[in-house]
Design a protein around this ligand. Structure first.
Ligand SMILES: Nc1ncnc2c1ncn2[C@@H]1O[C@H](COP(=O)(O)OP(=O)(O)OP(=O)(O)O)[C@@H](O)[C@H]1O
Ligand SMILES: [Mg+2]
Length: 234
């Protein structure tokens, strides 16, 4: 199987108050197209930073990210945005819905950028899929956390991404809503062959992916197949 994501010798250092802080240190891994993987690790270990670099939202200090064989490092901001819109879905830890747009309009944005036809119809179908067909006219502040999470999921699906990055996709949800979101994530992986890379503190969720990459202090401390016995229960 070809790799959809290849991370080589990746490092990220932030400069603040005249000091440098290395948040990711020489990270290496490949993700196979169509597979599922979880990134786990303590708070502050660099998970969100790593996901952002893999998705081309941010630029590395050293090393390389290749997404679908496109090396992101050398691309301009605009070129990275084009690659993201074409290949990537992203679910943010804090949703990041656009506050001035309704739920429906938030879902429509990636499709419009893509120049798709029937944008409204497709977006309404996606809202239906996440169980929020009747909330399309609501603004993000008029939605609960779990509803915002599901809108952000619908938005991430809308451009039919090849790879979906999800940062704590169930972190803010109650057990029942979390289970629904989880089901949707794995359904998309199975039905559309979308590669799924998720960050989670929930080890049960991590064990449902094929592979668990563990970060600590900005380094990978283990990278192994998730427990088979749990995985086959899916
Ligand atoms: N813009 C920034 N400038 C300086 N330091 C930063 C910046 N962004 C993140 N950091 C630091 O990088 C480290 C890793 O942050 P990151 O958000 O990747 O952690 P995380 O593993 O996702 O944690 P959590 O589980 O709490 O979400 C943290 O110590 C954080 O303070
Ligand atoms: Mg984080």
């Amino acid at each position: 199987m070809a790799s959809i994501l290849k991370v080589s010798n990746l490092s990220k250092t932030y400069q603040s108050a005249g000091r440098s802080l290395t948040v990711l240190d020489d990270i290496n891994f490949d993700i196979e197209e169509g597979s599922t993987a979880a990134i786990v690790g303590p708070s502050g270990s660099g998970k969100t930073t790593l996901l952002g670099l893999c998705a081309g939202l941010d630029r590395a200090s050293a090393g390389e990210v290749a997404l679908n064989s496109i090396v992101l490092n050398t691309l301009s901001e605009d070129q990275r945005a084009t690659v993201r819109n074409r290949y990537v879905g992203f679910i943010f830890q804090n949703f990041q819905l656009l506050p001035t747009l309704t739920a429906l309009e938030n879902v429509m944005v990636p499709l419009e950028l893509h120049g798709e036809k029937n944008v409204k119809q497709r977006s309404l179908e996606l809202l239906d899929k996440v169980g929020l067909a009747d909330r399309g006219h609501h603004y993000p502040t008029q939605l609960s956390g779990g509803e915002q999470q599901r809108i952000s999921l619908a938005r991430a699906f809308s451009n039919s991404p090849r790879i979906l990055f999800a940062d704590e996709p169930t972190g803010n949800l109650d057990a029942e809503t979390g289970a629904k979101v989880e089901k949707l994530l794995f359904e998309l992986n199975r039905d559309a062959g979308t590669t799924l890379v998720l960050v989670t503190h929930d080890l049960e969720l991590a064990a449902k992916t094929q592979r668990v990459i563990r970060l600590k202090g900005g380094k990978i401390i283990s990278d192994e197949a998730a427990s088979k016995s749990i995985h086959t229960q899916l």
